[in-house]
Design a binder for this molecule. Sequence first.
Ligand code: PBG
Length: 326
Amino acid sequence: MVFPEYRPRRLRRTEALRSMIRETQLSASQLVYPLFVMPGKNKREEISSMPGVFRLSIDQLAAEAKDCLKLGVNSVILFGLPEKKDGVGSGAHAKDGIIQRAIRELKNKAPKLTVITDVCLCEYTDHGHCGCLIGNAVDNDATLEILAKIALSHAQAGADMVAPSDMMDGRVAEIRAALDENNFDMVPIMSYAVKYASAFYGPFRDAADCAPQFGDRRSYQMDPANSREAMREATLDVDEGADILMVKPAVSYLDIISKLRDEFDLPIAAYHVSGEYAMIKAAAANGWIDGDRVMAETLLSIRRAGADIIITYFAKDMARMLQDRK
Ligand code: PBG
């Protein structure tokens, strides 16, 4: 049937009809809100390149958690700014490290909140790379043991899920083994399986103070030109025991999200990263776009591409908009 017998516009006539045939839904429970935790008391510092996003001291976390839960955003992912950094990132697995304390605080004050932790070294090393070094190169195999220690320390502090973001080869298997040997076989791994060496992480590196002090991350994060390699990375992580596969960044990589969705039956997560957030905020602040509508359309596009879970600095704003629509 073609025009004039068939008219696609028939089903676009009213909002009721449009919502009846809407193929993709966004809901607050699919959103994960990133939190930056900093030392000190009573601290709430806005990140200049990420308006509306704050670094919080531990005493501020309970209120933030309640805010999220009230909006139906049931999960957060934690990033830490340690008091001290060193060559091997020992602060990352310290029993009383910033993240370990933050997890205990959140699980105490807001037990219903799902607490996910980013497992990486870059915020904890003085050189800012995601692993320990031999000379100027990141030592993959020596880093694995440290990553497993970090993940285990997070689980011991009460984390509900760990998310390795370092891009070392073999880390998922190493972390799975460490968790299982210590009776944390119920703690899932959300692997940053397909993480590109992206300029969109700029604002995050200011926020978490983790820019590499020399060189860049291209010897471990993926080349933005590659798509087949993404399938290989994801396959390896599935074989090593990942429970959720993540693609990062999101919007410039919707094709990758879609391919992973077609190829794998695990839940797919997408990280809508700091630069993606900052661009929308900046254009909206200039009055060049309608920030709320662009936010909603962007997050919807990530869902439509195939992501089940979206990690986004917009989580609370989006959830608020969804509540207001009801
Ligand atoms: C740590 C990490 C980064 C991000 C998440 N985990 C930075 C990086 O890889 O350089 C970026 C998140 C964002 O930009 O919002 N490795």
